[in-house]
Each structure stands twice: as structure tokens, then as C-alpha cells.
Design a protein around this ligand. Structure first.
Ligand code: SAM
Length: 283
């Protein structure tokens, strides 16, 4: 088995396979030997199913494969095919699918590979599409047990922010609605090859299968509209971006929910969003 946290070993593997790291695909590989075992431990996947997004050279995959019953990896870069075939050859519980995770039918993958298993997602995410990946997972896969992912520190703060705080954005509200977020590990920039310009953190989202009495797509529409114009009031944002809702209708709904017409999106609690959603769009 290779030590994939050894930079010389990695360079030898890359050279042998004519592979160059691609900045555009967010290829910052973990080279701190303590990080991957800790991520796998926090993911809590022993004897269960795991989807890994972006295995890279397989450093985290090996730690997941030691614990999980089955690991299915989704990797966009086909240049990693011969590398992963080599680095993962000791494991018979790992499968790699070469595809764009944003275009994959993950439900079909779960049905095909993880029958009867709890399934979680664990990954060192490509930073250029962190939020779209997390939103897609939360919106389309309520059956997931948890999502444990490395993201940029700044994104971790936003994703785990409390409702009603300055850091709160649309993605925060979506994360809080669909899951219980927790920041579990700080990872400095020199833990990666190449080191990115910023530090990172691992967050764990324990997925909440309860829709809290509102239609998920209605909730999402309200959140997106509410945060559509950062410095404008909720009244202006909702009346401009929610189909069929003029100012009078929004004003009436805000009044019914006891929300000030001058409130801004980041000031509302989750309960207020849920009440507003039910009042404006119905359950
Ligand atoms: N897991 C490895 C590690 O921790 O060292 C690599 C993580 S690296 C931050 C992100 C990985 O995601 C890269 O291997 C990259 O090629 C892959 N990737 C980028 N965009 C992707 C996409 N849309 N779908 C699937 N994989 C993607």
C-alpha cells in the first residue's frame, strides 16, 4: 500500500502516470497523515455505505474503505483512472465512477450499490463548487445519514452559522432547514499539496429527514428570494422575486407572522421562515 501523504511518493505516482494537478478542478490533495483518519472517524461510517466526491489520488478513500462496508467514489478527472486503479488495488469494497457529481443520478447509485445500508457522503470537496454540491445533496437526497466534508474555513463559518447572525446567507438557511451542522476539525493550508491560499475546516451535517411541516421546494423558493438582494428589506426581496407575490400580499404575510416590514433576510429565525413560507405559499 502506498503512503499517499508522502509528497515524494505522490510526485513519483504522478510522474509515472503523466499526471499534473489541475487548479481549475480544485485539486488540492491532503498530505497531512493525521487528517484523513480523523475525517473518516468523524464521518461515523463503520460497516455502512459511503459516497466520496473527488477521490483524487485516493488518500481519503483508503481511510474510508478501511471502515465502511462499501465506498463509491465519483471523480471528474479521467486522468486519475490509472492512478486510482493502482492506489486502491488493495480494497475490494471500493468502486470509482468517472463523472461530474453535479450530473450524476445519485439516487440510482444509492439504489444500485447500497441496498439495506445507511449511506453518508464524505469528501474533501473541490472548493469551486462547494455550495452547489452541498445544496444539491441536501435538496435531492434526504435519505443520507450525514455529509462530512472539507471546505474552505470561510465557507465552514457561513455553512455552520446560526440563523439571525451577520454570517447567515441563503445556504446557511438551507443547511439549517435540512440538517444539523457542526464544525468538527480545523485544517491548516499546509496540510495540502499544493497549499491553497486559505485554511480549511471539516464540517459534518447530520441530515434531518423531517420537512418541519413545509413543502421543501416552497421553503427553498422563499429562502432564495429572501436573500436575493443583500442590502434590501425582506419586503422588497420577496415581492420582487416570488412569483405571484406583490407588495400587499407580502406585507400582509409579514404582519400575520409578526415580522417587521423593515426586517432583512439575515435577521429571521428558522421558525419565522417556516411560518412565513406557510403563510405565503401554503404547506
Ligand atoms: N480526495 C482527494 C484528497 O483529499 O486528497 C482530492 C480532493 S480535491 C480537493 C477535489 C477532487 O474533486 C479532485 O480530485 C477533483 O478532480 C475532483 N472534482 C472536481 N470537480 C468535480 C466534479 N464536478 N465531480 C466530481 N469530482 C470533481
Amino acid at each position: 500500500m502506498y503512503d499517499l501523504t508522502n509528497i515524494n511518493t505522490l510526485h513519483r505516482i504522478f510522474e509515472k502516470n503523466g499526471f499534473n494537478l489541475k487548479k481549475g478542478l480544485g485539486q488540492n490533495f491532503i498530505v497531512d497523515p493525521e487528517v484523513c483518519p480523523q475525517i473518516a472517524l468523524h464521518a461515523d461510517i463503520d460497516g455502512e455505505g459511503v459516497i466520496e466526491i473527488g477521490p483524487g489520488a485516493g488518500v481519503l478513500t483508503c481511510e474510508l474503505a478501511k471502515r465502511a462496508k462499501k465506498v463509491v467514489c465519483i471523480e471528474l478527472d479521467t486522468k486519475l483512472k490509472p492512478i486510482l486503479a493502482d492506489t486502491l488495488s488493495d480494497f475490494d469494497n471500493v468502486e470509482v465512477i468517472f463523472a461530474d457529481v453535479m450530473k450524476c443520478d445519485l439516487k440510482a447509485i444509492i439504489n444500485q450499490h447500497f441496498k439495506g445500508m445507511n449511506v453518508s457522503v464524505c469528501a474533501n470537496l473541490p472548493y469551486y463548487i462547494t455550495s452547489p454540491i452541498i445544496m444539491m445533496l441536501l435538496e435531492t437526497l434526504p435519505e443520507l445519514k450525514s455529509i462530512t466534508v472539507m471546505v474552505q474555513k470561510e465557507a465552514a463559518i457561513r455553512l455552520c452559522a446560526e440563523m439571525g447572525t451577520r454570517e447567515c446567507g441563503a445556504v446557511t438557511a438551507a443547511v439549517r432547514y435540512y440538517s444539523s451542522p457542526q464544525q468538527v476539525l480545523d485544517v491548516p493550508r499546509d496540510s495540502f499539496l499544493p497549499p491553497p491560499k486559505v485554511d480549511s475546516a471539516v464540517i459534518k451535517l447530520t441530515v434531518n429527514s423531517d420537512n418541519q411541516g413545509v413543502n421543501r421546494s416552497h421553503f427553498f423558493k422563499v429562502i432564495k428570494a429572501a436573500f436575493s438582494m443583500r442590502r434590501k428589506t425582506l419586503l422588497n426581496c420577496l415581492s420582487a422575486h416570488l412569483d405571484g407575490c406583490d407588495k400587499a400580499k407580502v406585507l400582509n404575510a409579514l404582519e400575520q407572522c409578526g415580522i417587521s416590514p423593515t426586517a432583512r433576510a439575515e435577521e429571521l429565525t428558522m421558525d419565522q421562515y417556516i411560518a412565513l413560507c406557510k403563510t405565503i405559499l401554503g404547506e
